[in-house]
Design a protein around this ligand. Sequence first.
Ligand code: G3I
Length: 323
Amino acid sequence: SAQLNDLAVRAGLKYFGTAVREGSTSSDAAYMAIINNKSEFGSVVPENGQKWDSTEPSRGSFSYTKGDITTNIAKKNAQLLRCHTLVWYSQLPSWVSSATWTRANLQAVIEAHVTNVMGHYLGQCYAWDVLNEAVNDDGAWRDSIFLRTFGTDYFAIAFAAAKKADPVSKLYYNDYNLEYNGAKTTKAFELVQMVQAAGAPIDGVGFQGHLIVGGTPSRSNLAATLRRFTALGVEVAYTELDIRHSSLPASAAALATQGNDFANVVGSCLDVAGCVGATVWSYTDKYSWVPETFSGAGDALLYDKNLVKKVAWTSVSSVLAVA
Ligand code: G3I
């Protein structure tokens, strides 16, 4: 039967992709066989390996062992690669987050980090999540060492450094809960405008898409929200899609609702010129951050724990097939 990336490309998207959990790549051959199938996943992204705590655990000492796991998979399979992430308040080593910085010194730290990491992956990343999760759910700027040191100036600093280090990759702002089109979405919209007004380059906005079964907006509302951003001249994508059940086990009805929610999200991307693709944040319920974070919740993905396709997989393939 037709597979997700093949269908997505036929429908006009650039890719249908998945995150890769680095720790399972050498131990789980069945998990890897599906990732290595480019007809199913045309793009991969490292779940953790390119984050600051992994790539520069101490100042000036760079490590790419974990990040390279996923980039090598992309290379071997000729898949697109999303790269994740450069400037983020989380998984930020304490040598950055717990020090007191002058603007000049922290700017030098950001520029050295961005230059080195993007330099290592030069020519490999379709897109980079340059700036991740800079807005709170209530629509305030998110507190971080970056905000405390620079105010909002660090947005443009990050994008300008990224463009200098890698003039080719698409440079993204990436965040969650933008799908609801509330105060957080408006603040992210402002962020894009601020970066543009500062003359810094921004090419895309990633809608992470960490959603809840039964609480996912309609296809038309999702599309309208994407269009707010494409109207600014940036592309958009769903970058970390998963739709979790709040309680488990999921009933047959809940599994059907989940499928419908997935179809609405993927369908909204099809509806918007400038929505380039969708990535699931791991593809199987066997490996997901969700139950590790929300106790009792989970089963948020397209394949179950035994790597068997769920109703949600069929819903996604159907929505892609009719496009
Ligand atoms: O690698 C260690 C392992 O050695 C140790 O035994 C184990 C014990 O807890 O921890 C392992 O590290 C964990 C790491 O994932 C690798 O699995 C960390 O504790 C855990 O905090 C980390 O969680 C990741 C999380 O980001 C951190 O914020 C999740 O896997 C990852 O899916 C999640 O991804 C984020 C995106 O980057 C940004 N958007 C939200 C998304 C979900 O939170």
